[in-house]
Design a protein around this ligand. Structure first.
Ligand code: ASN
Ligand code: ZN
Length: 332
């Protein structure tokens, strides 16, 4: 164990009051989590380069829920990294983004009114802007899980970030972001199949993406077509996001944690779903065992079928439903 390991209390803007892993150094506290690979959260102070300044505090109580307090976004980012770490560890036995026990780090307050967040392999770090008017930092739990998962994809299948493999890369981030959100069981942020519902990215309270019916965002694809490789990867991801929703919950209408979903299929037939835990297990096994940098949608179908065969047997209901669900999004 490390000396100075502490559990602090923080109040984020999206996650409410949470406990976070911190470190005591002399008489002050640092936003550094030595129980999870040494993950640190730093302040870029509106800059756009460098590793930032580690958040420190005279007490182990951080942020106040308001964006005007610089620590608030840091609490949400630090908590997001913590829950993402714990999700991968407890669900798949994965020890960090590269499975080597080493944490990435998180930088908050990037730029001015910057409405995005991004993963960067070269710094092995995540970066979050403060959103429109610096009032809605991009530090929600699903965005954190999404960005860190780009690191996992890069360390495993290495799905190339263009064409159909790019859509699969993006969907992998949305799929495990959703896994993280349900895993965390945070009462201020119940799990759902929406992405970015907390950050008001559209200015009218609507989410960034919908996994039950991706086209609800006005641009994402619900079904595979020969054009899929030619659209932005954040839109071709819709096909696999839709597959994941259908495989988890089945087609039709369903209300979960107060959100009502309506998930159609390509030919109007229904698919039953196998539950989210199994759908996540199939995707993780496929990503880490069978997908490569050039996997396209047809190959993703085969990769998940192989994964389902490994996990449940080729004669299993799960195996059959995986195939039927890809058919339901027009991936043959
Ligand atoms: N936030 C975006 C994403 O992770 C950044 C990007 O376009 N790569 O997809
Ligand atoms: Zn992404």
């Amino acid at each position: 164990a490390f000396d100075g390991i502490e559990t602090g209390t923080g109040t984020g803007q999206y996650n409410g009051r949470v406990t976070i892993g911190t470190t005591k150094s002399g008489s002050s506290y640092q936003m550094r989590d030595n129980t999870r690979g040494g993950h640190q959260t730093t302040d870029l102070r509106q800059g756009s380069s460098g590793s930032g300044t580690l958040f420190t505090n005279s007490s182990d109580v951080w942020g106040n829920g308001s964006a005007s307090n610089r620590q608030t976004a840091a609490v949400d980012a630090h908590y997001g990294a913590q829950e993402t770490w714990d999700f991968y560890k407890q669900t798949f036995g994965r020890n960090g983004i590269r499975n080597d026990g080493v944490a990435s780090y998180s930088r908050v307050h990037y730029g001015n009114s910057y409405v995005n967040a991004f993963w960067d392999d070269s710094c092995f770090c995540m970066t979050y802007g403060d959103g429109q008017g610096n009032t809605h930092p991009l530090t929600s739990l699903d965005v954190a899980g999404h960005e860190m998962t780009h690191g996992v994809t890069s360390a495993t299948a290495g799905l190339e970030y263009s064409g159909e493999s790019g859509g699969l890369n993006e969907a992998t981030s949305d799929i495990f972001a959703t896994g993280v959100e349900f895993f965390a069981k945070n009462p201020n942020n119940p799990g759902n199949y929406l992405i970015g519902e907390k950050i008001d990215i559209n200015g009218n309270g609507t989410p960034l993406r919908y996994m039950d019916q991706p086209s609800k965002d006005g641009a994402s694809l619900d079904y595979w077509s020969p054009d899929a490789g030619g659209v932005d990867v954040h839109y071709s991801s819709g096909i696999a996001n839709h597959y994941f929703y259908l495989l988890s919950e089945g087609s039709g209408t369903k209300t979960i944690n107060g959100v009502t979903y309506d998930s159609p299929t390509y030919d109007g037939s229904s698919v039953p779903g196998i539950g989210r835990d199994k759908a996540l297990a199939v995707w993780y096994k496929a990503l880490t065992t069978y997908m490569t940098s050039t996997t396209d949608y047809a190959a993703a179908r085969q990769a998940t079928l192989q994964a389902a065969a490994d996990l449940y047997g080729s004669g299993s209901t799960e195996y059959k439903v995986v195939g039927d669900t890809w058919t339901a999004v027009n991936v043959a």
